[in-house]
Ligand binder design. Structure first.
Ligand SMILES: [Zn+2]
Ligand SMILES: [Zn+2]
Length: 234
């Protein structure tokens, strides 16, 4: 069963329903805390919203159209979502995929993994979020040089894998196949580093240093131009 989807047309409404936020978390602070929409930078305005997720352009997008699917409730990682949230997450993933396919190209998805302080798996921010990156080819040939990956049947298997083995990286290809890895140590913002290398900017992977505001503005304008034509049916 699908949840309600709202196309924001960049206005960012209804952000503050049923939220549990965590102080001192950048995502809670920027997107989810009541009142934040009033002071939000224009690139931080969500593109889509479902019952349990917001979809926003990411600061530091190395390619246009790079979005984040962020949980409204503060969770350390996607594997910690409740059953209801998982269903809504997969729905948010599907409509994001559809939107990107129609605008910037077929996306790949990944999660930098969870956030046990003693077990750094390279997350950008310790709040559950899924990266959606328009990217024409499979990254598995590249990322399998660095880590061993297991094909997991579905998202429940990712959660089982997290319970059994802890910190993880998650990667999803164009066909919707999900792969999990449990490396001991991961470079910071690992997938961003891989993509930065692939676009010939190997040193520009850190979003905090290279926020790429211009690319975000290009992205927002394109979504705006696309307008409600891409609004999924309510
Ligand atoms: Zn948070
Ligand atoms: Zn991340």
């Amino acid at each position: 069963m699908n949840s309600t989807v709202e196309w924001h047309g960049l206005s960012g409404l209804n952000m503050n329903k049923n939220l549990e936020h965590q102080p001192a978390c950048q995502y809670c602070d920027k997107f989810l805390r009541p009142g934040t929409e009033l002071n939000r930078a224009k690139w931080d305005v969500p593109v889509l919203e479902t019952d349990h997720f917001v979809v926003v352009p990411t600061v530091g997008m190395l390619v246009p159209g790079w979005l984040l699917i962020i949980s409204k409730k503060h969770h350390a990682n996607l594997a910690s979502l409740s059953k209801v949230e998982v269903q809504d997450f997969l729905h948010a993933r599907d409509i994001t995929k559809d939107l990107l396919q129609r605008t910037f190209g077929m996306p790949l998805f990944f999660e930098h993994g969870p956030c046990l302080k003693q077990q750094n798996a390279g997350s950008c921010i310790d709040h559950a979020h899924y990266h959606a990156v328009p990217w024409p080819k499979d990254l598995m040939p590249l990322v399998s040089r660095d880590f061993k990956w297991n094909l997991v049947g579905n998202f429940n298997a990712v959660q089982k894998s997290y319970t059994a083995e802890g910190a993880y990286l998650l990667y999803e290809n164009h066909d919707g196949e999900m792969f999990c890895s449990h490396p001991k140590k991961v470079p910071s913002q690992y997938f961003r580093q891989v993509i930065a290398r692939e676009i010939g900017r190997p040193n520009d992977w850190d979003w905090a240093v290279f926020p790429e505001y211009e690319t975000i503005e290009i992205t927002q304008s394109k979504f705006l131009a696309a307008g409600k034509r891409f609004c999924p049916a309510k």
